[in-house]
Design a protein. Structure first.
Length: 605
């Protein structure tokens, strides 16, 4: 309050204002009542949009992981354009009609939800014991991050598509009403407000006592975090929906004028401007040498791109033409840069730009506008198809434990070993004494043999499916089983080597290989190849003694694997649970593979 005019005061209002208002006003913002901040970046956390208060989206690769991925789980959460937040084993994701959902990091099981209506524009933020989410109608809601009970809410009176950040007790966020707000993170009280001249969709970054945010009025603003006073502003030629990234002493941001800007954090002076085509809606990711960003095409003569830009000079080092627009903001993950695309796929690019072609892609069923989130060995992708996908890095075989899920390439390795072993045993039987019984190797030495072959490496095979690189740990095994006709790839000419093996696939593969080995034509062919003429060898698959025939009540009669599984069940050599069910859609762990091998594959004689 800077002046008070009593009711019924004499004189014209204008004259009174001139006489009573001071020539300048110094804001007196309220100080925050706590020191709540989003946690510092750690391996197993991603507490807000772009991970840190500086919006620096980067994560390291865990030791004892390999650059191959499989779908660990997916869960239908509702459509969203926002990336999730992750802390202490919980994933928080804001969705279109289902509100805020809380899931288990490991398996995707729902741990709780809070209905706030449409909230699919903004990413949640976690600080202290609270998680913050914002409805599309502009209500900021603070919830207990464990049970999602409401602590406070504040109506900002306008559509909000900006994601909040929490730093030193204040929550900062922009609104489509053009205002930047600082709220008390503990109580929701307004600490200060700054009005720009346009809609705000940009998400604020905080660094060195400044709040950096873009506006639809074409300006990038730096506001003092304690008072909301403007420190500096940089004008561009287009609206700024891109969220600024602060790296070192510089700010990087994109504009709808088609340019990426590098600006001095302290004074707002322009370092460089790099012109691209279309809009730059994507928020840049930055490392020591390079700025990574995607673009949106607006006209037919433009093409959306993913770009590598020199951090020091602003020169374009490389570019890849994307099939559709890139609204997603890139995330650096060790030697890769991940970004979503409107074509529904997640793209992984080489950070060092040794090639501009994608290293790998993962398809979803809808737009991927959200930024990828990396926690430990897992990347989370929120898609507008309504699903949250968790892609998990594989572990190298040398560190596998009993409960680790085995990928399809390991199934190919076991099938190859089984085929080679049966061939060797047939030849040994043909050259040996009549009546001598021979058996296959036990699982443990077999596993050690596969580990040795993977460690040895060597020259990569030449005949491989298009999704299996020559240096893949399973490349030689996959080439063998496909060439020998033991396993088949997918109709799209892929093998999906890192996809988890299901019990259906595993049982079917081993059953088919054993059946082929026991057929007289295959036995004859094996003897001919080894020049063993005039001998007779029988491969017999015995019933397990003392095990009754199994029922397959949980396997549909028209299932593609039913016939093979029925044969194994009749012989009593199919691994099932206590209820007698196969549960074929479950993933195969290393222990399950060992148990099934020992049960079924020590029976051929």
């Amino acid at each position: 309050v800077i002046a008070v005019r009593a009711p019924g005061a004499d004189g014209q209002l204008y004259d009174w204002l001139v006489a009573n208002l001071p020539p300048s006003v110094t804001p007196a913002p309220r100080p925050p009542t706590s020191d709540l901040s989003i946690p510092r970046a750690e391996t197993w956390s991603w507490p807000a949009f772009r991970r840190t208060v500086r919006r620096h989206a980067a994560a390291d690769q865990l030791p004892d992981t390999s650059p191959y991925y499989y779908l660990a789980w997916s869960d239908h959460v509702g459509g969203t354009f926002a990336s999730p937040a992750v802390l202490d084993g919980r994933v928080y994701v804001a969705t279109d009609s289902k509100g805020l959902r809380m899931l288990n990091v490991d398996n995707g099981n729902e741990l709780g939800s809070y209905s706030v209506g449409n909230s699919w524009w903004t990413s949640p933020a976690v600080a202290g014991d609270l998680v913050y989410t914002i409805s599309a109608e502009g209500e900021v809601i603070a919830l207990d991050r464990i049970d999602l009970s409401e602590t406070w809410r504040r109506d900002l009176h306008g559509l909000v598509t900006s994601s909040p950040v929490v730093s030193d007790g204040a929550l900062y966020v922009g609104s489509r009403n053009g205002a930047v707000y600082a709220l008390d993170a503990a109580t929701g009280e307004v600490l200060w407000e700054f009005q720009t001249g346009g809609d705000i969709s940009s998400s604020p970054a905080v660094a060195d006592g400044l709040v950096i945010i873009g506006s639809g009025d074409r300006n990038l603003y730096a506001l003092r975090s304690g008072s909301g006073q403007q420190r500096w502003a940089l004008e561009t030629q287009g609206a700024i929906d891109s969220s600024p990234t602060v790296a070192g002493g510089d700010v990087f941001v994109g504009s709808f004028d088609g340019c990426v800007y590098s600006v001095g954090l302290a004074d707002g002076e322009l370092n460089w401007r790099c012109r691209r085509s279309g809009w730059v809606h994507s928020s840049p990711a930055v490392d020591d040498e390079t700025v990574f960003v995607g673009t949106v095409d607006l006209r037919r003569d433009e093409a959306p791109t993913f770009d590598w830009i020199d951090r020091g000079t602003g020169e374009v080092r490389g570019s890849f033409r994307m099939p559709q627009a890139v609204y997603s903001s890139p995330t650096i993950w060790a030697d890769q840069v991940l970004v979503g695309c409107r074509d529904g796929q997640l793209y992984a690019f080489d950070r060092q730009m040794r090639q501009t072609q994608p290293l790998w892609t993962y398809p979803t069923g809808g737009y991927v506008h959200a930024s990828p989130v990396v926690v430990g060995d897992t990347v989370f992708i929120a898609s507008f198809d309504g699903y949250l996908y968790a892609l998990r890095q594989s572990k190298p075989i040398r560190v596998w434990q009993d409960d680790d899920v085995v990928p399809r390439w390991f199934m190919a390795a076991l099938v190859r070993e089984l085929h080679e072993q049966t061939g060797a045993l047939i030849a040994q039987a043909g050259a040996g004494e009549p009546g001598v019984e021979l058996a296959l190797a036990r699982f443990e030495p077999l596993l050690q043999q596969i580990k040795s072959q993977v460690a040895a490496g060597g020259e990569g095979p030449e005949v491989l499916p298009r999704d299996v690189p020559p240096d893949h740990p399973g490349a030689s095994f996959i080439e063998y089983v496909l060439t020998a006709g033991l396993l088949l790839g997918y109709p799209d000419a892929t093998f999906k080597p890192d996809r988890p093996t299901t019990r259906y696939e595993f049982a079917m593969a081993l059953s088919k290989t054993v059946e082929l080995a026991s057929q007289s034509e295959d036995v004859w062919r094996t003897l001919q190849q080894r020049r063993l003429i005039g001998v007779q060898v029988e491969v017999r698959i015995e019933r397990m003694p003392g095990r009754p025939p199994m029922t397959l009540e949980d396997v549909p009669f028209d299932h593609w694997a039913h016939g093979a599984l029925e044969k194994q069940a009749a012989r009593g050599i199919l691994l099932v649970d206590e209820e007698g069910d196969l549960r074929g859609d479950r993933r195969v762990t290393l222990k399950y593979a060992a148990d099934q091998w020992e049960l079924a594959l020590t029976r051929p004689r």
